[in-house]
Design a protein around this ligand. Structure first.
Ligand SMILES: Cc1cc2nc3c(=O)[nH]c(=O)nc-3n(C[C@H](O)[C@H](O)[C@H](O)COP(=O)(O)OP(=O)(O)OC[C@H]3O[C@@H](n4cnc5c(N)ncnc54)[C@H](O)[C@@H]3O)c2cc1C
Length: 277
């Protein structure tokens, strides 16, 4: 990776440009040859004001661009698409109202904004200036401590995303951990249940004690046990829930007791109204 003296070049960079730039910085081009690809990028930082305007939806770099520090762009873009895909399918299949698509912007725009903020901070920290170096050293000191390092690692890996789905159990709005489960069909991992791209209701309470007949065509109901702790990135151990509703994108939409009324509301919100008997 080389920094050019001037920004604004519009032509595709050539092997000659790369060779010249290497010689300028290192005094040699190391005999560079046969590149698979050469590309130019900047620390341009922009985010679309709205990820949805009626039938137009933006995801990936079309919605947010930033410096590549921390390798977060593709991860963020793929998660946009995974957040949007199942919602779009439900609206197209008319199981959810069109307004359901607004949750896409509500959930993903703050995530993109945070990536822009942390990449801008990382670009600033790279500047060759004594005061910035002092700040860089201070940050390094901070990140040598367990707690800040855990938090930053969870942020940079996008594993700490928390969609605002209201108050409640710490799992609500967070990514479901890939726990080992014991079920009537034997042991399995949570993420294998998500391979079909369908929501999952995991019942850790009394087996057979949950009736979701009006949504049975849309959600997999699994009676399960998990032996061990429930651990979330950055947060650590959390209380074991009685039941969780996991969206097709792997985020927890509801946590609670499946015999209570809240489950029907959550199923209606996330999967659409009940099917008439
Ligand atoms: C140097 C560098 C390193 C990076 N490293 C990482 C990393 O380690 N990890 C990570 O997660 N991310 C990384 N990224 C970011 C990542 O590459 C991007 O976030 C990701 O490629 C964006 O994917 P996208 O599909 O949204 O957009 P793009 O990859 O830009 O795809 C858009 C496509 O649309 C096409 N297109 C544009 N206009 C039109 C049109 N009018 N009609 C038809 N087609 C059109 C384009 O040709 C292109 O093929 C890095 C980026 C850079 C520059």
């Amino acid at each position: 990776m080389l920094t050019e003296q001037h920004v604004g070049a519009t032509a595709e960079p050539t092997l000659r440009d790369l060779s010249d730039a290497l010689i300028t910085v290192y005094g040699t081009d190391y005999g560079v040859h046969s590149p698979t690809s050469i590309s130019r990028f900047t620390d341009m930082t922009r985010q679309a004001a709205a990820y949805r305007d009626r039938r137009v939806l933006l995801a990936g770099d079309a919605a947010h661009v930033h410096a590549p520090d921390g390798g977060q762009g593709l991860n963020t873009g793929v998660q946009d698409a995974v957040n949007l895909g199942w919602k779009l399918a439900q609206v197209v299949n008319e199981t959810s109202p069109e307004s359901f698509l607004d949750t896409y912007h509500a959930e993903r725009h703050p995530v993109g904004a945070r990536v822009l903020r942390n990449t801008m901070a990382q670009v600033a920290l790279r500047r060759p200036d004594d005061r910035i170096k002092a700040l860089r050293d201070t940050m390094s000191e901070l990140l040598s401590m367990d707690e800040p390092r855990r938090r930053f690692a969870a942020m940079m890996s996008n594993l700490d995303i928390h969609y605002d789905l209201g108050d409640g159990h710490p799992l609500l709005g967070r990514r479901m951990p890939d726990l080992d489960l014991v079920t009537a069909n034997g042991p399995l991992r949570v993420f294998t249940l998500l391979h079909d791209g369908r929501p999952v209701l995991l019942n850790f309470g009394e087996a057979g004690g949950v009736d979701i007949t009006p949504w049975a065509d849309r959600v997999q109901l699994i009676d399960a046990e998990h032996v061990g702790t429930w651990e979330l990135p950055a947060l650590g151990a959390v209380t074991a829930p009685t039941a969780v509703l996991i969206r097709p994108d792997g985020y927890v939409a509801w946590v609670g007791d499946p015999t209570q009324l809240g489950l029907a509301d959550a199923l209606t919100t996330w999967l659409g109204p009940p099917t008439a008997a």
